[in-house]
Design a protein. Sequence first.
Length: 152
Amino acid sequence: MRKTFFLITFIFLLACENETSNDIFPEIPTVKTKKEIFQKGIATWYGPGFDGRKTSSGQIYDMYSFTAAHLELPLGTIIRVRNVNNNRSTVVLVNDRGPVNTSLILDLSKIAANNIDIVRKGSGKVELEVLTTSKNPLEKIFELYRNIGNEI
C-alpha cells in the first residue's frame, strides 16, 4: 500500500514537471537600479565596551551582528557600506545612534568593520548606499526628542 502511494506520487510529480512552463511560473524580471551613494566619509567601529548594552532601537548590541550606528538614518534602515580604499563592502542594519564624534559618519559593529577591513586601522573611508528604509513608528518619537534637544 505504501509503495503504491509513493509510486503514484512519484508519477504525478514527473507528470507535473513536464507541464511546468513560463506561463505557470513566469520568470521574475531583473530590475537594474542605479547605485546611489547616500553619504561619503569616515567610519569607525565600536565593540567590547558596548557589547551587551542597549542600543537606541532597544536591541541589545552584539559586536558580532551586522549592525551600525548613524546619526540621521531611520532606525531599521539597511545600508551597504563600501570601503573606498579596498572596494570591500558589507550590508548592515542601522539600530543605534552615533557616532559621537561629528567628524565621523558611521560606527560599525566589529564584525561589519572586519568584513571591510577597518578593524586594525580603527577607521576607514566609506560610501553608504541606502538599500531599504524603515517604517519604524518609534523613529518619529526619536525625531521629536532630537528636535526638543535642539531647542533647549
